[in-house]
Design a protein around this ligand. Structure first.
Ligand code: F0G
Length: 350
């Protein structure tokens, strides 16, 4: 059967009526990839069954499309003409794409100089009005929360409950792909905490078992780990550069109810996992997306997670091409050779 997006696939679990016209880019149905080489690297000889949910293969290159199809479908159903969000970049690109498809005006607020190039390029290409603010994501979120009180504009950040409705379909897919059961561990990066909230909702609703949730935050932006708002969050993983998550309480509930845990990983840990994903498994993600893997490796190394015989799923939230700047700055310089085969043979002999 042709895949027609997450709302069509899981309509029975979503609060849309059969008549609601769906705005979709056929998002979802992303691969769950077994990663034995990475498993061996982070948990040698433990028989860890590690799977990677490659959300970077969604239409705009991140998991945000799952929630955005729902939020924009609902905004259109309610007669909205304009939508707005604050974003570290991926929500912006997704909102821009689905708004274009629905014929809506779309405004996105992004922290100046802290949004990866691929996200900016896409948001502009889709025709969104991109507004750079001299503040953080958190400042932008305060602004958009306020403006929708004053103006007839629909807010499509994950404080919008429809976003979570769409994003919870990720849990359904994982259970389906694991032959009808949830994994033992579900590992993911945590920024504004919408995704951790949505996944937990999804597992609870689907009734195929419950994983323990492991959240990872970047050490310079780890408010939930430290229990304190971070006024000036910093991390190379700009997607999760957030100091005061909107879904903080729900994240704590998900962690508590799942007997889970949340931990901080350094930028070096994140980049090490980012390299491993690319070099051991051929999967190129943006840095934030490696945070779940880094958290899992850390907790196994500390003895807090016993990997023996366990099944773990790491959510790879965004594609590597989102952030070409970081990729290039982390890579070796390409080799330069004259354009002749002898030079190539000499190089091979070195
Ligand atoms: N990974 C990526 C690639 C993200 O873009 C985000 C969030 C997260 C993880 C964290 O998810 O916020 O639900 O906890 N990006 C938002 C944005 C904030 O504006 O694109 P979360």
């Amino acid at each position: 059967m042709t895949w027609k997006g997450v709302i069509n696939a899981y309509r029975a679990y979503l609060p849309f009526s059969a008549e609601t016209p769906i705005i979709t880019l056929n998002e979802g149905n992303t691969p769950l990839i077994r990663a034995d080489r990475l498993a061996e690297a982070i948990a040698p000889k433990a028989g860890l069954k590690l799977y990677l949910k490659y959300e970077g293969l969604n239409p705009t290159g991140s998991f945000k499309d799952r929630g955005m199809t729902a939020a924009i479908t609902q905004a259109v159903a309610e007669g909205a003409k304009t939508v707005i969000c604050a974003s570290t970049g991926n929500t912006a690109a997704s909102a821009a794409a689905y708004s274009a498809r629905a014929g809506l005006r779309c405004l996105v607020l992004v922290p100046e100089g802290k949004i990866a190039l691929g996200k900016l390029a896409a948001s502009l290409a889709y025709g969104a009005e991109v507004i750079s603010i001299d503040g953080s994501f958190d400042d932008g979120l305060d602004m958009v929360r306020e403006i929708v009180q004053r103006q007839p504009i629909a807010l499509v950040n994950s404080i919008n409950p429809w976003r979570l409705e769409g994003q919870k379909t990720g849990s359904f897919e994982i259970c389906d792909q694991l032959n009808g059961r949830a994994p033992d561990w579900h590992c993911l990066p945590v920024g504004n905490a919408g995704n951790i909230t949505a996944y937990w909702m999804g597992y609870q609703q689907y009734g195929k078992g419950l994983p323990r949730i492991l959240g990872g935050q970047a050490a310079g932006s780890a408010p939930i780990v430290t229990g304190k708002v971070v006024e000036h969050p910093e991390t190379i993983a700009t997607a999760i550069r957030i100091g005061n998550p909107a879904r903080w309480q729900q994240a704590l509930a998900a962690l508590d109810e799942s007997d889970g845990m949340i931990t901080a990983v350094t930028d070096d840990d994140i980049l090490a996992s980012w390299h491993k994903l690319a070099k051991l498994e051929g999967i190129f993600v943006e840095p934030a997306s490696a945070t779940g893997v880094a958290a899992l490796q850390q907790q196994i190394a500390l003895g807090e997670i016993d990997p023996v015989g366990k099944t773990a799923v790491c959510i790879l939230t965004g594609h590597g091409l989102k952030d070409p700047g970081t990729a290039v700055s982390q890579a070796q310089t390409p080799i330069t050779l004259p354009a002749n085969v002898n030079a190539l043979e000499d190089y091979l002999a070195q």
